[in-house]
Design a protein around this ligand. Structure first.
Ligand SMILES: NC(=O)c1ccc[n+]([C@@H]2O[C@H](COP(=O)([O-])OP(=O)(O)OC[C@H]3O[C@@H](n4cnc5c(N)ncnc54)[C@H](OP(=O)(O)O)[C@@H]3O)[C@@H](O)[C@H]2O)c1
Length: 310
């Protein structure tokens, strides 16, 4: 029996990542960085981790502080790549940089769509989308589209999308308010804009699973985890409370990373689901289970990407 102080294992027993390739977005800090660190330290580690960050310099600096396990004969190769999700041009440049480092089969096994922003001031991405929706959903949707051919070369490809239980706070009955997706959506609060983007993450994974059954795709909530995600539009009382009480009542990043890593490897994962920690299904909001809304978001997104030539 597990003692009270024994930490839960990071990976399900028997997890073997030998030969696998994994790309992580937003991996220079927080849950993305910890995902890379945990994967590297696993006793059967992957062949390659593509650690992406807004700039190559940031990705390279992050890699220099990762653990360097010495016990493996074939340690993981960690490759830094630049990826700024607010810019379609940056996203479109990634597949070519990635191809240079893929194995001869040219396959990518796991795509961990982890990057995100929360409660930042109103703004637009370089391509004109509301900044939180544009970064958290549109950027990842384009990346997925462009990486689909290399994912489909893998024997059992997976996509794991970081959502949030916060998606349930998006008011039922509002739809997705597409009219404000190409504005700074200043009529919505910073948190409402975040909740919408996280609902989009749930719906994107659900519809991706339906349209591409050969690629196992899920969304996850990590729990409330102490990271740098708290944006400047957060009310000061909440910021202060998180600062003081966060380390006592919130999860450490080592614990918070467990759900997304479970989703990357477990054979219990069901495509299209949304999981709360760890591996708990069925908890998406009513909107998050709405196939009509998922299809609407997918078609809207596809039209926008096509209009930009993707
Ligand atoms: N922490 C929580 O309690 C919690 C709860 C629910 C869901 N989540 C989700 O978990 C995911 C990871 O967040 P976290 O808590 O680890 O926060 P974090 O420490 O702030 O990490 C987010 C990462 O995303 C990157 N990022 C932001 N904008 C980007 C862009 N335009 N292009 C590329 N990368 C970008 C950040 O890079 P920069 O440093 O360059 O900005 C950072 O490395 C997010 O999707 C978040 O919504 C977190």
């Amino acid at each position: 029996m597990m003692g009270l102080c024994t930490p839960a294992p990071t990976f399900p027993p028997g997890t073997d990542l030998t030969g696998k390739s994994i790309l992580i977005t937003g991996a220079a800090s927080g849950l993305g960085y910890q995902s890379a660190a945990s994967l590297l330290s696993h006793d059967l580690p992957p062949a390659v981790i593509f650690l992406t960050a807004r700039t190559l310099a940031k990705a390279t600096t992050a890699i220099s502080s990762l653990p360097t396990p010495t016990q493996f004969t074939n340690p993981t190769k960690v490759v830094p790549l630049a990826l700024d999700l607010t810019s379609f041009a940056s996203i479109a440049a990634l597949p070519a940089s990635l191809a240079a480092h893929l194995s001869p089969s040219g396959a990518l096994d796991i795509l961990l769509l982890n990057a995100g922003i929360m409660a930042v001031p109103p703004g637009l991405t370089a391509d004109g989308y509301e900044i939180q929706f544009g970064t958290n959903h549109m950027g990842h949707a384009l990346l997925t589209k462009l990486l689909l051919p290399v994912l489909q070369r893998a024997p059992a490809p997976r996509i794991v999308v970081l959502s949030s239980a916060g998606h349930k706070a998006w008011p039922q009955g509002w739809g997705l308010k597409p009219d404000s997706m190409k504005t700074d959506a200043g009529d919505l609060s910073a948190y409402e804009r975040y909740f919408r983007s996280k609902l989009a993450n749930v719906l994107f994974a659900r519809e991706m699973a339906r349209r591409h059954p050969g690629v196992l795709t899920v969304s996850v909530h990590p729990g409330l985890v102490v990271t740098g995600i708290v944006g400047s539009e957060t009310p000061w009382v909440m910021t202060a409370a998180i600062k003081v009480l966060g380390p006592l009542v919130m999860k450490s990043v080592e614990d918070g990373v467990r759900n997304q890593l479970w989703a990357c490897v477990s054979d219990k994962v069901v495509s299209g689901e949304y999981y709360e920690p760890v591996g708990v299904a069925g908890k998406a909001s009513k909107d998050g289970k709405d196939d009509g809304l998922a299809a609407e978001l997918w078609e809207w997104t596809e039209r926008e990407l096509a209009a930009h030539g993707y």
